[in-house]
Design a binder for this molecule. Structure first.
Ligand code: CP
Length: 303
């Protein structure tokens, strides 16, 4: 296993989160720095993506590196029956770092155990999405001026939402209060709640989104993910559980910001986009700076 991979948000310490956020601020001030000249980054996406893949590719390009990879397992030799292990062993020979998204939980950990180059987990099933988490922390700090002592509402699919899982774990370092809004069927898993309890932090559970709007500093909306349900009837029951509108935000705090990892389906109406609380497209832009910082850090180009 390569010593510098990012598979789970637990792989980094609080000091490392803050180091990445500080480095990302530098990249935001000066996004074009040719520190990856001569480096090749592979993006292996076994699941669809717009933001994660393209922001990584943008980050590599702005740093002067080259990108290879595939956007669909069907266009790779996986289609012919090649194992993930053989794919990773092969691609490790062609690049300096691999960014991988895979539908199976644990696939990124497995890849990191066989690769000779760093692996960045760009999402593994319903498990974790640590790079999204870091850009979310960046967005929270940028909009609130701090990460500590905030009221954070997570809304929607808390069961399968990998961004929520990573964020809940990371925020245990910052003494936040958690407001968990979901249908009964999509509550935050006990294994993730355990992190909150072990850190003696407080969480509250709700089924009504309106209950948290007046008290939240961050309203983190998520999509109910059709692709994670084994039974389409179960998806149909919960798919429209939460729809945030501009009118509902009338009761929000002045400093409140709405985040969403995106893509959205219908959980934020378009009239929210012009509200001062809307921050999800800026959040996606922050992904470029944070991913530049991660690449520089994991490749040992900045400490
Ligand atoms: N936030 C996120 O992971 O978006 P994509 O699925 O478009 O990469």
């Amino acid at each position: 296993m390569h010593p510098k991979s990012l598979v789970s948000i637990n792989d980094f310490t609080k000091e490392e989160y803050l180091k990445i956020l500080d480095m990302a601020e530098e990249f935001e001030r000066q996004p074009t720095q040719k520190i990856l000249d001569g480096f090749v980054v592979a993006t292996l996406f076994f699941e669809p993506s717009t933001r994660t893949r393209l922001s990584f590719e943008s980050a590599v390009s702005r740093l002067g590196g080259k990108v290879i990879g595939f956007t669909d397992a069907a266009s790779s030799s996986t289609q012919k029956g090649e194992t993930l292990k053989d794919t990773i062993l092969t691609v490790s020979n062609y690049c300096d770092l691999i960014v991988m998204r895979h539908p199976i939980e644990g696939a990124a950990r497995f890849a990191s155990e066989v690769a000779s180059v760093p692996i960045i987990n760009a999402g593994d099933g319903a498990n974790q999405h640590p790079t999204q988490c870091l850009l979310d922390l960046y967005s929270i700090r940028k909009t609130q001026g701090r990460l500590e002592n905030l009221d954070i509402a997570f809304v929607g699919d808390l069961k399968y939402g990998r961004t929520v899982h990573s964020n809940v774990i990371a925020l245990t370092h910052f003494n936040c209060r958690y407001h968990l809004v979901s249908p009964e069927e999509l509550k935050l898993p006990s294994a993730v709640k355990r992190y909150i309890k072990e850190n003696n932090l407080t969480y509250y559970q709700y089924t009504d989104l309106c209950d948290v709007i007046p008290l939240a500093d961050i309203i983190y909306m998520t999509r109910i993910q059709r692709e994670r349900f084994s039974d389409p009837i179960e998806y149909e029951k919960v798919k429209n559980s939460y729809i945030l509108s501009a009118e509902m935000l009338g009761k929000a705090k002045a400093n409140a910001r709405v985040l969403h990892p995106l893509p959205r389906v219908n959980e934020i109406t378009e009239d929210v986009d012009s509200m001062p609380q809307a921050y999800y497209f800026e959040q996606a832009l922050n992904g470029v700076y944070v991913r530049q910082a991660l690449l520089a850090y994991l490749l040992g180009l900045k400490q």
